[in-house]
Each structure stands twice: as C-alpha cells, then as structure tokens.
Design a binder for this molecule. Sequence first.
Ligand code: SF4
Length: 297
Amino acid sequence: MKINIDDSSGFCWGVVRTVDIVEDTLKNNGSDNVYVLGQIIHNPREIERLEKVGMKTINHDRLENLSGDKTKVIVRAHGEPPTTFKMAAELGIELINATCPLVTGLQKKVRNFHKRGFDVVIYGKPDHAEIVGLRGVINDDCIVVQSAAEAMERISFSNRIVLLSQTTKDKKTLYEIKDAIEKEVSKRYGSEKLKDMFQFRDTLCKEVWGREEILIDFARSHDIILFVAGKKSSNGKSLYRLCRKFNKRTYFVEHTAEIEINWFDGIEKVGITGATSTPLWYLESVREEIKKRLEVD
Ligand code: SF4
C-alpha cells in the first residue's frame, strides 16, 4: 500500500505568518500577559500544540475585562472589526495585528466601495469571524448572502451593486451568485449599463483555489482520500467537497482517532491532504497512524 501526502497541502503563507507572530510574541514576552482573541486558526491540533508553549485564547467578553500596559492581545488571521481596536485602545491594551494581509486588503475594498455609494453584497457566512470584521468596517451596512437564491431575494436592485466574497468560500457558489445578479441587472437596466450598475471582485484566496487543479488530480489518482482539517475550517469544508466530487471515497478527519480501519479494505493508494490551516506535522501523524493500524511500512 502507498500512502502519499499531497505536496500542495500544509499551512498557507497567511497562517504561517499568524503562527509565527504568536510564537515570536510568546518568546519575547513570556506567556503571562499574552492572549489570542478567538481561535487563532480553525485547527484544534495546532491550537493544542500552541497551548503547550503558553498560548491562551480569550473571547470578546474577557477582552473587556483586561487591562494593563503589559497586556498584549493578538488579533487572528481572520481580522476584527474596528470596534475591537477602539475598545483595546480605551483599555490601554496593545493589540498585535496578525490579520492576514489578504483579509486586510478585502476590508479596504469593502470600505472603498461603500464610500463610493455601492450596495455591498458579500458572499459568506454571516457569523464567520472574517465576515464579522468586514461587516464592522462599514457598520453592518451590507448584505451577506450564502446562495444565489438568497441574493435574489434580498438585493433591492435599486442602486449600484458590488459583489465580493469571504476569502475561503466556495468558488462555484460565488460564480452562481455573480451570474444571477448580472442577469437581473441586465434585465432591469439593459446590458449596456451592466458595468455601471454591477461590479464584481473575485476575492477568493488563491492559496485555497489555486490548489484546485492539483487537488482534483490528487483526488482522482488515489483510491481513497483522507481530508484532514478542523471541523470549523471554512476552506476545509470547501476543499473537502471538491475532493469528494472527484473521489467518492473521501473521508473528513479532524483527529486520528476518527480513522476507521475498514476504509482501507482492498485499497492500494491512500492520499492524505488538508485545509490551509492543517499543519504538515499532523498530516504526517495521520500517515503514521494508518501505518501503525494496518501494520504496513
Ligand atoms: S487562506 Fe488565504 S486569506 Fe486565509 S489566511 Fe491563508 S493566505 Fe490568508
């Protein structure tokens, strides 16, 4: 039996950057007064590892009760709304901004389109941390949708529209929403006015969707796929669905304890891959666990 780890898997550069900031901050300041606001990344195994070196996670309620000029709070890759930065400044707490630069760029785009008077439509999950940050940037004056049908129901089409996306959402759905809006705008204003009335920005992260072709090949060329990710990982869910489309024997694994021995009956080639927040070291652990359970080299 061959067990291969996907070459394109492991942390994206945004997550590498965030984890580096956490480790450096802990190294330089000790762990007593250093906190991370919300789950640093959506991967329980990496969180366990970081907790062992002193990382402490807090929620927003706890933030309100912190104080002291030695206190440092790290903002995770998903970003935060401006109200969080304001609150920290009022409390005299230093915020260390580990927001992924792509998310910061997306926040700027949202702010600019809003300033120019566009109706801002965002494809995303309303309570996902990245979307909470984006909504906060424009005081929640936007429409967050999860499907083309919802977009058609909620957009008034009485103003210029811009469509953007949470960085890690599903590509197919984003383009379905774009097509539906385009069609409706053309119908109401005529196709010659389409560009004036509708702007589209594909703000999906290339670290996720740039892997699409490689992942499809990987899924097709193995008998089974173990897709390893945190259950809350948004890009994990999207990429898992993609793998499953091209290999029906794709299993979602958050912890090695979930691996079932009967998945491997009659199998010759096992593929292991994961989300952009799944560390390579854990993919290696999954490989070792399979070898141990099946007693193969
Ligand atoms: S997936 Fe993309 S947007 Fe998210 S942290 Fe990684 S590089 Fe940044």
